[in-house]
Design a protein around this ligand. Structure first.
Ligand code: GDP
Ligand code: GDP
Length: 437
């Protein structure tokens, strides 16, 4: 069960500095594809063996001092809905402001764990200033300096201590978990309704122990899988849905807890920033992917040529990952609804593919022989052997070379493409590693 930590607070208190510190990323790592989820907003972290995700809710809005209180209120409510632990950052140099008071008054009403972080405590004297924050009614302020990193280790201990116990939900590990994701109005709740309707015999809610279960077991028509977070999707919260980060943050939990994501696109609209953000979350979590072009009933001219144009447009927007299935469907008329489920099942199988080492070498070594990696400064690079790693999340292959450091990305992509040509791996990411022989 993935845990999500949200960082909230007014502008300039140091949220993004803390985010970078926790995720060890730097803003300078720019994502080439404009409009995709930047590291500023979402990152992975690990502490004492517990993995978790961090979102900086402030990363979605223009960072200026006169940001509206209303905007911050939305962010805070979103964090309360979605996160397992909330870090409320305040600034010991500036002290308590009206906006801090407004944020605190919302946070006092939640049962979720809130840790008040008194940031910019760069020296011991500043620690005395932190006493002022008691008046926010959220317990002890926790003094750190996000800039120097002092206090962040203890803060992480505290955060991890608030996570719920692992293995809380009794899930059957061999049954695939599918998540339906996409921007608002793409048709997520419609397709979930088309899958499960109101037929109680098809679905079983899994009894969660300490919090609402996010899995629904679907067992009928030869299918057996879990749907992730159906309740959350069907229970609409239209108030917040105009916000881009709302749908993106909403997707995080579903994506992290799934094996295969069914990404809903609206056939009447092009691919936009929000679709790319959600796609990039799927990729960063190495999940399987089925793209559904929904509302196909609304497209008048549906001949093969039009479909091809759609397909090419989608693949070019999501490149370089292009090997995934695309289904043209309608949640409304139920056209190809079962095809979507069948395809998700196939992607799940692709994700768990095991290729015997002998077969892999038999196919790949002659190709490598014919097209070896380009030599580097007169040195020949030889790959003599390859194998698939056991027990990985997605199919992962190691190629052993005499000079692994000289095998570059384009050649790895060549190897990946060849593997994809030989075996059915549509919809699943795969990893290629080059190691010293
Ligand atoms: P955000 O708007 O809340 O995301 O704040 P930022 O992370 O962008 O930080 C605002 C400013 O405060 C930047 O100039 C940071 O370098 C600075 N800052 C952040 N953390 C600290 C800290 O621990 N000590 C000091 N002295 N400055 C900090
Ligand atoms: P969500 O926000 O992603 O859960 O989207 P909804 O399922 O609420 O759908 C948004 C709107 O699109 C609703 O008015 C649906 O009736 C409509 N809709 C969803 N799927 C289809 C479809 O396949 N065809 C048509 N014509 N309308 C659809």
């Amino acid at each position: 069960m993935g845990n999500l930590v949200a960082i909230v607070g007014r502008p300039n208190v140091g949220k993004s500095t803390l985010f970078n510190r926790l995720t060890k990323t730097r803003q300078a790592i720019v994502n080439e594809q404009a409009g995709t989820t930047r590291d500023r907003q979402y990152g992975k972290s690990e502490w004492v063996g517990r993995e978790f995700s961090v979102v900086d809710t402030g990363g979605w809005v223009v960072n200026s001092d006169d940001v509206f209180e209303e905007e911050i209120r939305k962010q805070v409510n979103l964090a309360i809905d979605e996160a397992d632990v909330i870090l409320f950052v305040v600034d010991v140099v500036n002290g308590v402001t009206d906006l801090d008071m407004a944020v605190a008054s919302i946070l006092r009403r939640t049962k979720k764990p809130v840790i008040m972080v008194a940031n910019k405590t760069d020296n011991n004297e500043l620690q005395y200033n932190a006493a002022e924050f008691y008046k926010l009614g959220l317990g002890d302020p926790y003094c750190i300096s996000a800039l120097s990193g002092s206090g962040t280790g203890e803060l992480l201990d505290l955060v991890v201590g608030k996570f719920s116990k692992e293995g809380e939900e009794l899930l059957d590990e061999d049954i695939p978990r599918f998540a339906v994701v996409g921007r608002p109005n793409a048709g997520k709740s419609s397709i979930i309704n088309a899958f499960i309707g109101e037929d109680r015999n098809i679905v079983t809610e899994i009894a969660g122990t300490t919090r609402d279960s996010i899995y629904t077991r679907y067992e009928k028509f030869g299918f057996d899988f879990y749907l992730v977070d159906t309740a959350g999707i069907r229970k609409k919260n239209k108030v917040n849905e105009d916000l881009e980060y709302y749908s993106v943050i909403r997707s995080i939990r579903s994506i992290e807890n799934s094996d295969v994501c069914i990404l809903m696109l609206d056939a009447t609209r092009g691919i936009e920033g929000q679709d790319l953000n959600i796609f990039s979350l799927i990729q960063r979590n190495q999940k399987g992917l089925v793209v559904v072009v929904n509302k196909w009933d609304l497209v008048e001219n549906k001949d093969a040529k039009v479909m091809k144009t759609y397909e090419e447009a989608i693949r070019s927007r999501l490149a370089p990952f292009v090997d995934f299935p695309i289904i043209f469907a309608s949640a409304l008329t139920k056209q190809r609804i079962f095809k979507v489920l069948e395809t998700a099942k196939e992607v799940y199988q692709a994700r768990t593919t095991r290729i015997p080492t002998a077969r892999l070498n038999e196919e790949m070594l002659p190709l490598i022989e014919a097209y070896p990696p380009p030599s580097n400064k007169g040195k020949y690079i030889k790959i003599k052997y390859c194998t698939q790693l056991p027990n990985t999340q997605v199919p992962s292959f190691v190629f052993f070379a005499n000079l692994p450091q000289y095998v570059k990305e384009p050649y790895k992509r060549f190897l990946e493409n060849k593997i994809r040509e030989k075996w059915v791996l549509s919809g699943t990411p795969i990893n290629i590693f080059i190691r010293q022989k």
